[in-house]
Write a protein that binds this ligand. Structure first.
Ligand SMILES: Nc1ncnc2c1ncn2[C@@H]1O[C@H](COP(=O)(O)OP(=O)(O)OP(=O)(O)O)[C@@H](O)[C@H]1O
Ligand SMILES: [Mg+2]
Length: 344
């Protein structure tokens, strides 16, 4: 993979809070992360860890009760403070997003053609309708939708789930974005269709040198398609690094627990040596009242008193330029694993 080390997008000190009648939900708590040109970055973590909201923030898609601080830099601009007029030419054009459920993004009352042609012409005002249509047919072919001419005339409900997701990908990639944010794009599909769509996505990513952020619960998919992985917990980054390194030698107890609790990805792990599937004890913290120390401390088999009081910063592993972790505990995954095994 041709990953040059140029950040195409940089997140700095990102905080997101949601105001609710029961108090503020501290959903994202200080994220620092560079997305590099041409990379496929996997984002994993249990439900509620802030995966989706962190990336929705970059496109100004947060709910009205959200407040943000920090910076998301793209092409010299802070996307968090750009007015809609300046953000619109970027959104769906230079940075695109694909969601889990295409029915929430496709308009049920408009044909595929109307939606695709509009998506093109909104950003390319001078493109003629026949040219736009031609480009849509090419794009549908590219995502392996047969009889594209016929499909264009159909409404979203006339297509199968897999076809709709292909249309979503075609729509997102119509304008040749530099960044694609894919939020569980294949979770609702069966395994064969999922594999086909991932192949298409990866081909397009390589062809265009696009950076892809792939949000998922499926560590097996991350192992297959991502170059780097970022593990989130309670609105923070627990660990980042090249997928192969992190999955074979995790350094944060949370990463190790996630791997241990995941059958497919854990197969290559020493962690999967016993028969019963491991479940991480306890539950993520209540984000209205996050614990004062490391958020994983209440569930961590390796924690001590220090972890209860101080939040560990995300720091590079000694001697490594590519791996970072937010944990006071030093040592290899083998030592962490021992602590986890004792816990059982
Ligand atoms: N509008 C909102 N008001 C209050 N809290 C919200 C709102 N939107 C999101 N949250 C909270 O923000 C936190 C992070 O949510 P997010 O959707 O980013 O999680 P996630 O990691 O994507 O989870 P999942 O894997 O289930 O998609 C959660 O605790 C969620 O309940
Ligand atoms: Mg999500």
């Amino acid at each position: 993979m041709s990953t040059s080390q140029t950040p195409v997008l940089s997140i700095k000190d990102l905080f997101i809070e949601f105001e609710t009648p029961d108090g503020a939900v501290k959903a994202v708590n200080g994220i620092n992360l560079d997305l590099f040109k041409g990379e496929v970055l996997g984002i994993v973590g249990e439900s509620g860890s802030g995966k989706s909201q962190s990336w929705m923030a970059t496109l100004g898609l947060l709910a009205e009760n959200a407040t943000t601080s920090g910076e998301v830099t793209f092409d010299g601009e802070n996307l968090l403070t750009l007015p809609p007029k300046a953000l619109n030419p970027i959104r769906g054009n230079r940075i695109a997003m694909v969601f889990q459920d295409p029915m929430t993004s496709l308009n049920p009352y408009l044909t595929i053609e109307t939606q695709m042609v509009e998506a093109l012409r909104i950003h390319n005002k001078r493109m003629s309708k026949p040219d736009a249509r031609k480009r849509c047919v090419e794009m549908l072919d590219r995502v392996a939708i047969p009889a594209a001419d016929k499909r264009l005339k159909q409404f979203p409900h006339e297509l199968s789930g897999g076809m709709r997701q292909r249309v979503m990908i075609a729509l997102a990639l119509l304008n040749d974005p530099e960044v694609l944010i894919a939020d569980e794009p294949t979770t609702a599909l069966d395994v064969t269709i999922q594999a086909e769509i991932l192949d298409i996505l990866l081909d397009l990513q390589r062809e265009r040198g696009m950076a892809v952020v792939f949000i998922t619960h499926d560590l097996g998919v991350v192992a297959e398609i991502c170059s780097r992985v970022c593990v989130m917990y309670a609105g923070r980054l627990a660990e980042i690094g090249p997928v192969q390194d992190v999955f074979t030698d995790a350094r944060h107890p949370y990463t190790l627990s996630l791997l241990k609790a995941t059958p497919r990805a854990a197969q290559s792990q020493a962690a999967q040596s016993d028969d019963a599937l491991y479940a991480i004890p306890g539950a993520p913290p209540n984000m209205r009242m996050p614990p004062p120390g490391c958020p994983f401390e209440p569930r961590c088999a390796c924690a001590d008193a220090h972890c209860r009081e101080q939040v560990p910063a995300l720091e590079p592993l000694q001697g490594s330029e590519t791996r970072l972790k937010a944990c006071f505990r030093e040592g290899s995954s083998a030592a962490l694993l021992e602590a986890l095994v004792h816990e059982r």
